[in-house]
Ligand binder design. Structure first.
Ligand SMILES: O=C(O)CCC(=O)C(=O)O
Length: 269
């Protein structure tokens, strides 16, 4: 009993330090959310789902390097995040009406690495991006899905969970982030001296505000490891301004159909 209480106290203290890191830096890495066997199961299911040709699956030289519209391609992703302590973080940061609004997949296979310059994530997927609006702008389509640039206040109320399906090292193309850069809204003032590389274990989850400035490094020459990531974007509520609607909204309140049972089921929410 004493051990259980201590474990609970440790867990609450790590959740509270993660929450203050998200508030201050705009991101935090949550350790060991998925066990190795669960990650293997996810990798295998994803690999099957992505092997069927679809416009939203991005390939280079026959190798999958990413995918959009993952909620359609691999519906199991709708439930993968319903576990502790991930759910506790999401509901603490975004509130009880939190929902998953977009799911992407990124891979850097050894022979097909890629990199991205500094940016902030400004676009969201919506049902109709042509409605008149003083809030939304720059309508685009990505793999057939309407997208739009969201207003600062909406982006400030979102959080992304990046589930690391491989260990991320210096060699296999980590992301680099600027701590605290979410506090300047959409403005891009990059102080490279403060940049931090996100290296982590397989099964860890990076929680990050979309307005944190980040880039993505190419894998180093000679690297033999993939770098697979499930990128899940969450919003605080279903309603959007100006009659806009999320393209998808999978509420945390929906029941768990039991695809992957929660591992560390701590009664925190
Ligand atoms: O996965 C990565 O390394 C980069 C992804 C990214 O920059 C993004 O989602 O905006």
């Amino acid at each position: 009993m004493l051990n259980q209480v201590r474990r609970m106290e440790r867990c609450i203290s790590s959740i509270s330090s993660g929450l203050s890191q998200i508030a201050h830096d705009g991101f935090a890495v949550i350790g060991e959310v998925f066990q190795a066997s669960e990650v293997e199961q996810i990798q295998a299911e994803l690999c099957r789902a992505l092997s069927r040709p679809k416009a939203a699956v991005i390939q280079r030289e026959g190798v999958v390097v990413g995918a959009r519209n993952l909620l359609q391609i691999w519906p199991a992703v709708a439930d993968i995040w319903r576990r502790q302590p991930l759910l506790a973080f999401l509901t603490e940061v975004l509130g009880p009406q939190v929902g998953l609004v977009r799911a992407l997949y990124f891979n850097k296979p050894p022979a097909q690495t890629w990199c991205l310059p500094w940016h902030k994530d400004l676009t969201i997927a919506v049902r109709d991006n042509w409605r008149p609006s003083s809030e939304f702008r720059n309508p685009t389509a990505k793999a057939g899905v309407p997208h739009v640039e969201a207003p600062r206040a909406l982006l400030e109320s979102m959080l992304t969970a990046r589930i690391h399906l491989d260990e991320i090292t210096d060699a296999n193309g980590p992301m680099t982030v600027i701590p605290g850069s979410h506090l300047t809204g959409k403005a891009m003032a990059i102080d490279e001296a403060s940049a931090r590389k996100i290296v982590s274990r397989c099964g860890d989850v990076l929680l990050i505000r979309p307005l944190v400035a980040h880039n993505s490094l190419c894998s180093q020459p000679g690297n033999q490891d993939q770098r697979r990531i499930l990128h899940l974007e969450f919003a605080a509520r279903r309603e959007l301004p100006d009659g806009y609607e999320w393209h998808d909204f999978v509420s945390a309140r929906d029941s768990l159909p039991g695809h992957l049972a929660p591992v560390s089921a701590l009664p925190l929410v």
